[in-house]
Structures are given as C-alpha cells and as structure tokens.
Design a protein around this ligand. Structure first.
Ligand code: NAP
Length: 334
C-alpha cells in the first residue's frame, strides 16, 4: 500500500507569482502534534488564495503546506479526547500559516486545535462552512452580545456573493434579521434573494456621499471589504447599530470621523476566526450543527476543486470572479 499522500507545498512568497509545488509526503514529513487526521475535504478561503498567489504576506514560514481548513477522520491520537475513526475538523489556529495545512492527504496537529464534528454534520458540510462558517457564527455572536436586535433595521452585508457574505446572509435571515446584500455581481441577485436577502444593491451603482454623517439606512452591517465601503457604512448605520469588520477584499484603509460614534453610538466590532479562542470553537460549531444551522448549504457550494486546480481558483478568487464556497476534495487526489 502507498504510504505517501499528495500535498500542495507553497515554497515561498513572491509578490504576484505563485511558488507552488504538488508533492507527495509521508508521515515523517508531518509536523509534531497529538492527533493525526486523514483529510477528506478542505476549502479555499481568501487567505489561502493570498498565500498561494503570493499576493499578501499571510504565511509565517516557508515552505509550508497550504490550507487553513481541514475535515476528516482521526488516524491516531496520543490525546485521550480523540480515537481512530472520530470525524473531526480544524480551522485556522496556525494551520496553513506556520503549521502544515489542510491541502494534504494528512495533517498532524495539537489536540487543542481539533474540534469533533457536530452530530449530523459530515466532513463535506463542515468544509462548505469551514473558516467562513466559523466566522459567520462569530459575527452572530458579536451581534447578539452587543444587542443588535432585528427590530433595529436591516443589516447590510458586503461582498454578498462571497463565502462569508453568502453564509452570513443565510444565517442572519434564518435568525430573523432583515438582510440586504451589496454585491459587485448584480446578476447574482436572484440567488442572493433565495438565500434570504430582502434586497440586493449593486456596488458599482452606489452613491456613497462624503459628509461625516449621511442619512441612516442600516440597523447594522457586516463588512468584508474595508476601504471606502467601510467608511460609507460608518456614515450610514443608524443609532446604536453595530458594524462587524471582517475583511479587506476592497482595501485595508478606513477613513472616518468620530461623528458616527459620538452622535449615533455606532460600534465597530472585530472578529478573528484564526485566533478564535480554542475553548470557544467547539460550542460555536455545535451551534452551527443545531440552532444556528445555515440553510441552503448546497446552493452556497459553487465548485469542488482538486489540489492542482487551486492556483487557478485562487487567481479568480482574488479578482472577485468566484462566488459562494469552494470545496477542496482531497479524496480526488489519491
Ligand atoms: N476576520 C476573519 O476572521 C475573517 C474570516 C474569513 C474571511 N475574512 C476576510 O474576509 C474577506 C472575504 O473572505 P471570503 O472568504 O468571503 O472571500 P470571497 O469568497 O473571495 O468573497 C469576497 C467577496 O468580496 C467581493 N470582492 C472581491 N474582490 C473585491 C474587490 N477587489 N473589491 C470589492 N469587492 C470585492 C466579492 O463579492 P461581490 O462581488 O458580491 O461584491 C467577493 O466574492 C477577505 O478579506 C478575508 O480575508 C476574515
């Protein structure tokens, strides 16, 4: 039997050109850890695309096996919490950044990073969610903790057609919020409505104004873009509304004044899924498997990729030409 497995190795980061090799590894190549997992599925996230293409300095060692997500079956564990055959998942924490990641047939990781799959959720569903799904759960948690009530008005979700955007629209709508999607792909409006958006706005037709405060339109917002769109959200969220700041797909800048904060009581809330405290992860995944289950998961899955397709998918993702979630099937690369 072949004891080797396939892996996508990122050699180093060179601005704008990927240095990726498709190799075969064996157990001896894995990094130290308590739990070894046969990876069935991973997923492609924006951070993975930055690492694969060398477009952003997100990797903290090289060479490194990419992939910040993994789900599969425990092969061996020196930690009594896990035994061979257990279905588990790992997201972020260092996976694919400084510890060999999920774009490989196997991972070996610290036991504290490992989350048992919630009852009724399989590896495929877990990776349609992946880091984007955990982020969506963190967004809802932040909203609830900071008293973002559905009656405060519609929540605007930017990057609506992307992974975090689509999952967030679906979860917030299922939890009783009115949700409006902002997208650069107006042709996706019928799909976004089917996920629960009451309205879909075209990002290219947006008139953002320039005053420190514009007419209040949103009860709250979830932003994956940053840059001028985030500045506009700060000017247009209503009294005591919350803006969850998630990403920088449109830019890392934020220009605002203090007016939204001192005259409307607006709050900016951060989320970081990679650094989500380890004890918080299991309970959040349990909720994603039960009362926070995200409807429409199958329609949010856009494509299934093999390892060798990931450079091409990554370039498309950074150009804003993908939608929904991209699953990576490790069983297709044996
Ligand atoms: N803080 C955290 O814990 C966390 C977790 C996950 C992701 N993130 C960050 O959140 C962002 C989105 O992640 P994702 O997984 O949802 O990525 P994604 O699936 O690629 O979605 C991003 C979406 O943003 C829009 N977009 C892309 N490029 C753009 C550009 N140049 N200008 C304006 N809009 C653009 C597109 O949606 P439309 O065409 O519909 O506008 C795109 O589908 C990334 O910055 C990622 O690093 C952060």
């Amino acid at each position: 039997m072949d004891a080797t497995f396939p892996a996508l190795l990122i050699r180093d980061q060179v601005q704008g050109s990927e240095r990726v090799d498709f190799i075969r590894m064996d157990e001896a190549d894995l990094m130290p850890g308590d739990v070894e997992v046969a990876v069935h599925y991973s997923s492609l996230n924006y951070k993975d695309a930055l690492g694969i293409t060398g477009s952003g300095r997100v990797l903290r060692r090289s060479p490194i096996v990419g992939g910040i997500d993994a789900a599969g079956e425990v092969i061996a564990s020196s930690d009594t919490r896990f035994k061979p055959g257990d279905p588990v998942l790992v997201t972020g924490a260092g996976l694919g950044e400084y510890h060999h990641g999920g774009f490989a047939g196997r991972i070996r990781v610290p036991a504290d990073w490992v989350v048992p799959l919630p009852a009724g959720m399989d590896c495929r569903q877990a990776m349609i969610l992946g880091t984007a799904g955990l982020t969506t759960a963190l967004i809802l948690k932040r909203f609830q903790e900071n008293q973002q009530l559905p009656e405060m008005g519609p929540i605007l979700v930017t990057g609506a057609s992307g992974g975090v955007g689509a999952l967030t629209i679906s979860l917030l709508a299922a939890q009783g919020y009115e949700v409006v999607g902002l997208t650069g792909k107006p042709e996706m409006a019928p799909w976004l409505r089917s996920l629960g958006a009451s309205e879909v706005l075209d990002r290219h037709g947006l008139s953002m104004g320039f005053r420190p405060l514009e007419t209040a339109r949103w009860g709250g917002a979830v932003d994956v873009l940053g840059g001028e769109v985030l500045g506009w959200l700060a000017r247009t969220v209503d009294d005591w509304g919350n803006i969850v700041v998630v990403g920088l797909a449109g830019g890392a800048d934020l220009r605002t004044t203090v007016m939204p904060f001192i005259l409307r009581g607006v709050s900016l809330l951060g989320v970081t899924s990679a650094n989500c405290p380890l004890p918080m992860r299991g309970p959040l995944w349990e909720r994603l498997g039960s009362d926070w289950a995200i409807p429409h998961l199958d329609s949010i899955l856009s494509e299934e990729a093999t390892l060798s397709q990931l450079p091409e998918f990554s370039r498309r993702m950074l150009a804003g030409r993908t939608w929904g979630r991209i699953l990576v099937n490790l069983r297709a690369d044996t």
